[in-house]
Design a protein around this ligand. Structure first.
Ligand SMILES: N[C@@H](CCC(=O)N[C@@H](CS)C(=O)NCC(=O)O)C(=O)O
Length: 202
């Protein structure tokens, strides 16, 4: 049985969302988003940095949300939520899948640190401003990609689990500009999916 180590309001929501979309059976270890759970010796055995998500599957224990998504698709849902290697959508799928953690999440991480995690006296306006400008730049190509598309590569795919979740987070932080109409519609499309609702409300 797949076992997901999870904390609310985190990238672990991506994996829960995927498991729900695929209607796979799973067990959930619900932890608090707090050092008492995440930095415990027990959780550091699963993830050396004490982070989520982590997935266990028999003898396998794996971290990194993108790797977990690919693992689940390959071993438990072959052919689903991903174009065939020979499809002309495949390179686009790969590009946007990795654009999530590679380009969009780094400025989001800084914004979260600078506005939520650090106490006021340690917050740095320059670092925050830089991250906000970078996030806006990284969202612009997604806005363009979504022209006449409901989801990133057309039909719903695992790209949306990764990048869609990042766009949802950017929006929740109030960083999706009013003028980005495609992105705003895209986030609404995602939010209307029942599997997403379940993952986000857990
Ligand atoms: N690149 C990793 C990032 C993992 C990560 O940073 N997770 C955050 C939650 S979104 C976390 O566990 N933070 C807890 C902490 O930093 O103490 C992934 O995609 O899984």
């Amino acid at each position: 049985m797949l076992k997901l180590h999870f904390a609310p309001n985190s990238r672990a929501g991506r994996i829960l969302w995927l498991l729900e979309e695929l209607q796979l059976e799973y067990e959930l270890n619900e932890m608090k988003f707090h050092p008492s759970d995440l930095k415990s010796d027990q959780h550091r055995e699963r993830h050396p940095l004490g982070r989520v998500p982590v997935l266990e599957d028999g003898d396998v224990s794996i971290y990194e949300s993108g790797a977990i998504v690919e693992y689940i698709l390959s071993r438990h849902a072959p052919g689903k939520l991903k174009p065939e290697i020979s499809s002309n959508l495949f390179p686009s799928y790969l590009q946007w899948f990795h654009y999530c953690e590679g380009m969009v999440m780094p400025p989001i991480n800084i914004i979260v640190v600078q506005t939520i995690l650090l106490p006021k006296e340690r917050q740095n306006a320059e670092a925050l401003g830089q991250a906000e400008r970078l996030l806006s730049k990284t969202l612009a190509p997604i806005e363009k990609q979504l022209n006449n598309k409901e989801y990133i590569i057309g039909d719903f795919s695992a790209v949306d689990i990764m990048l869609g979740h990042a766009c949802f987070m950017a929006n929740r932080l109030g960083r999706v500009e009013e003028s980005m109409n495609n992105l705003r519609n895209y986030i609404k499309n995602i939010e209307s999916r029942s599997a997403f609702k379940k993952a986000i409300n857990t």
